[in-house]
Design a protein around this ligand. Structure first.
Ligand SMILES: C[S@@+](CC[C@H](N)C(=O)[O-])C[C@H]1O[C@@H](n2cnc3c(N)ncnc32)[C@H](O)[C@@H]1O
Length: 207
C-alpha cells in the first residue's frame, strides 16, 4: 500500500487514537513558533490541520499541502476560514505555489515519508521570502534507529508505513547546501527530565 493510500485509511482515526508523537509535535510546534512573527504560511503535510489553528492565531494566509484527500477532508471540516486553503499536492514533485510566498514554512512529521530531502530544501528555499523561516519537526532519527515508525491500528492488526531515516547530518548538510542558517535545534522527550531517547527533533532554519 502506498503512503498516500495508508494516510487515506488512517485519516478517520488520526486525531482520535493515542499518539504520543502527534501530541508532542503539537507542543514542539507551539513552543518553538510562538516567539516568531509570521503572516504567510505554507504548511507541508498539513494532514488533519492539527497545527493550523495555532498558526492562524498569527498568520493572515495559510496554504496547507498534503497528498491525502482523506486527511485534507478532515482538515477542511475542522477549519473553514477565508485565510486558509488546503490543497492536494505531492511534496516530492514541484510545489504549485508562487515563489517568495511564505515568511514561514512548517513541516511536521512528514519528512520521514519523503526520501529526497534535497528537493524539499530546494522548493522551500524558492517559496520562502528572504529571511523567511523553515520549521521542521520530525521523529528523531535516534528513535528511528530503534525501529520506531509511523503506524496505525486496523482490524487486521498494526499497519506500518514506509519510512526513510534522515540522519541529523543530512538535515544540516541539505540546509547548508541551500545557504539556510540554523537558528534553533531542539530535542523533545517523553520524560520531562529528558531521560531516554528523544522522540522528536525540531529545527528552525532561516533563508
Ligand atoms: C504523520 S502525518 C502529519 C500531519 C500533520 N503535519 C501533523 O503533524 O499532525 C504526515 C502527513 O504527511 C502527508 N504526506 C506524506 N508524504 C507526503 C507527500 N509526498 N506529499 C504530500 N503529503 C505527504 C500525509 O498524507 C500525512 O497527512
Amino acid at each position: 500500500m502506498s503512503i498516500e493510500e495508508a494516510y487515506n485509511e488512517w485519516a478517520q482515526q488520526y486525531d482520535l487514537n493515542e499518539n504520543r508523537t502527534r501530541d508532542l509535535d503539537k507542543i514542539a510546534t507551539q513552543e518553538t513558533l510562538q516567539k516568531f512573527d509570521f503572516e504567510k504560511v505554507l504548511e507541508l503535510g498539513c494532514g488533519t490541520a492539527k497545527n493550523t489553528s495555532f498558526l492562524l492565531e498569527k498568520a493572515n494566509q495559510i496554504i496547507g499541502l498534503d497528498f491525502s484527500l482523506e486527511m485534507l477532508k478532515i482538515a477542511r471540516e475542522k477549519i473553514s476560514h477565508e485565510a486558509v486553503t488546503f490543497k492536494k499536492a505531492d511534496l516530492s514533485k514541484n510545489w504549485n505555489i508562487e515563489n517568495n510566498f511564505a515568511d514561514l514554512i512548517t513541516c511536521s512529521l512528514t519528512l520521514e515519508h519523503i526520501k529526497d530531502l534535497d528537493h524539499i530544501f530546494n522548493q522551500a528555499h524558492q517559496k520562502l521570502k528572504d529571511k523567511g523561516l523553515f520549521f521542521i519537526s520530525e521523529l528523531h532519527p535516534f528513535k528511528q534507529y530503534t525501529g520506531s515508525k509511523a503506524r496505525y491500528e486496523t482490524e487486521h492488526g498494526s499497519k506500518e508505513l514506509e519510512v526513510y531515516t534522515h540522519h541529523l547530518s543530512e538535515y544540516l548538510h541539505e540546509a547548508k547546501k541551500k545557504g539556510f542558517q540554523l537558528l534553533e535545534m531542539e530535542e523533545w522527550f517523553d520524560d520531562p527530565s529528558k531521560r531516554g531517547i528523544p522522540r522528536l527533533i525540531s529545527f528552525v532554519f532561516q533563508k
